[in-house]
Design a protein around this ligand. Structure first.
Ligand code: HEC
Ligand code: HEC
Ligand code: HEC
Length: 426
């Protein structure tokens, strides 16, 4: 009996086999592709998040290989040296897995079980989600490994002590991922997550006690440990609180480093240049929304005090400052301290100039400086350093003058204040 159909069917086996294996093969390619895409996507997201956290800023020595560490951070407790976080097996974190990274990033504990010093802002990064931490790790794994052994920390006794660090952690470190506040908008929560967590704004904008611990996470301002800069309050309308600024002005300052009322300098200019200018429009807006909600509105008791009655001596002192100003500063900052929008910051009505701490203002005059170069302000105009051109007495006079001219009101500054503000950090 002829069974053409079955012969025919058997005859088709090879074709079916090839078709099926071909299909499998295609499926395999598609699956691999999907895996690669999700891997690639995760790495890309990690790269972005690493920018937000400014890992490269700290983990790169001046002129050194990115992420290979070796940058020295001065603090009252000694000199900390950042680690090599490229995936080199011997000198970097090549042997680490996701869990090791999470232990370091979230708990501040290295792979070898050593407690990490809070010069690494894990006290803030602990708020970052596991998913974001994994993405950052995936990105670090994708970097070319760099063989680089960094010098050890040079920490003053008795701080070089794991038991002390353990006690410090018990007292001052609260581990925990950010918990959204459901009564607030998604945008506000995102902003809070970024400001308090990965953006580690709190690391600089809070005061620290003698143990180097943030007094609170309220962003009420403080001198940055080991540097000669004061990071102003992000709440007070007399310092850098932005409660009364329109969102677009806050966005402009954070993403370009300058706006009509303010300019970022020193360590803040570095943060804008290395990190904030790369944030997505949505993220920078979320930050602005959160910062605006933090900033108090100017209330009557917070309003600048009434002009004081000046003695003749004070009047003379300020008149000398005015002369220094006319000779050295007026060309850029204007006859009535009005500045040139987007180019030279106004000094009249500028809170950086009038805030209680004169430190940053003195440093601007001593060392000059540039706002950050950003896509929004690619060729910033700079300010010359005056430390070699005019004496400390004159710097004290001119700073006193700009703190009290054109309706400004601030304390007077003397030559000792100027001398105390010297220091090379940044
Ligand atoms: C303000 C500077 C600073 C920033 C910003 C910073 N780090 Fe660090 N990091 C340090 C210092 C200092 C250490 C060394 C701490 C120690 O040895 O106790 C360190 C250590 C580490 C370690 C532990 C390495 C080891 O061998 O144990 C990892 C991992 C790490 N950083 C990852 C990151 C990542 C990821 C980011 C960005 C999200 C980041 N760091 C941002 C200063 C910084
Ligand atoms: C490395 C320390 C450091 C970090 C981190 C930091 N800041 Fe600052 N910030 C400063 C210093 C110092 C100043 C004062 C100098 C200046 O006015 O630019 C400042 C100033 C500011 C100002 C006022 C600018 C002006 O002139 O009116 C704002 C607003 C601000 N920071 C927001 C932030 C936000 C938001 C973050 C987190 C994304 C942040 N800062 C992170 C150090 C820091
Ligand atoms: C060549 C133009 C130029 C001259 C001259 C000049 N400045 Fe500036 N000034 C600038 C620029 C540009 C900045 C922004 C620098 C920065 O962001 O670091 C600035 C910043 C400042 C700031 C910081 C303002 C802020 O918002 O943080 C103060 C204070 C200041 N200048 C005072 C003076 C005084 C006092 C003199 C004279 C002794 C002077 N400047 C001379 C251009 C100038």
């Amino acid at each position: 009996m002829k069974r053409p159909s079955s012969v025919g069917f058997a005859g088709k086996w090879p074709a079916i086999f090839f078709a099926a294996s071909g299909l499998l093969f295609l499926l395999q390619i598609a699956a691999n592709q999907a895996l690669a895409d999700s891997g690639g996507e995760q790495v890309q997201r990690g790269e972005y998040l690493a920018r937000v956290g400014n890992c490269m800023g700290c983990h790169t020595a001046r002129g050194g290989e990115p992420y290979a560490g070796g940058r020295k951070l001065n603090t009252p407790f000694g000199e900390f040296v950042t680690s090599n976080i490229t995936p080199d097996n011997e000198t970097g974190i090549g042997h680490w897995n996701e869990e090791d990274f999470w232990q370091a990033f979230h708990y501040g504990k290295s792979k070898d079980g050593r407690y990490l010093y809070p010069a690494f802002p894990y006290t803030e990064y602990t708020k970052v989600t596991r998913q974001d931490a994994d993405a950052i790790f995936a990105y670090l794994r994708s970097l070319p490994p760099v063989v680089q052994t960094n010098p050890p920390h040079r920490i003053h006794s008795p701080y070089d002590n794991q038991l002390l660090l353990f006690l410090w952690r018990t007292r001052y470190f609260k581990e925990g991922v950010y918990q959204p506040d459901n009564s607030k908008s998604d945008e506000w929560n995102r902003g809070n997550y970024l400001v308090q967590g990965l953006g580690h704004c709190t690391a600089c904008h809070t005061s620290r006690n003698v143990w180097g611990a943030s007094q609170d996470d309220k962003l009420t301002g403080g001198k940055i440990m080991g540097t000669y800069w004061y990071a102003p309050s992000l709440i007070s309308p007399l310092e850098a609180g932005v409660g009364e600024w329109p969102i677009k002005d806050i966005i402009e300052l954070l993403s370009t480093g300058i706006n009509g009322h303010a300019v970022t300098s020193g360590p803040m200019a570095t943060i804008v240049r290395q990190s904030l200018q790369y944030l997505s429009d949505d993220d920078i807006r979320s930050m602005a929304v959160y910062l605006q909600s933090l900033g108090e509105k100017q209330s009557s008791d917070k309003a600048p005090r009434k002009a004081r009655k000046m003695s003749d001596r004070v009047r003379q002192y300020l008149a000398l400052g005015e002369q220094v100003y006319e000779k050295n500063c007026q060309d850029c900052h204007g006859e009535s301290g009005q500045g040139v929008p987007g180019i030279y910051p106004p000094l009249a009505g500028n809170r950086s100039v009038t805030m209680t701490s004169p430190l940053n203002t003195i440093r601007s005059v001593l060392y000059g400086g540039y706002p950050p170069a950003t896509a929004g302000n690619p060729r910033p105009y700079g300010m010359p350093p005056y430390q070699h051109f005019i004496r400390d007495t004159e710097i004290a006079q001119v700073v006193s003058y700009i703190r009290n001219a054109w309706g400004n009101l601030g304390s007077l500054v003397n030559p000792e204040d100027v001398d105390k503000s010297r220091g090379n950090e940044f």
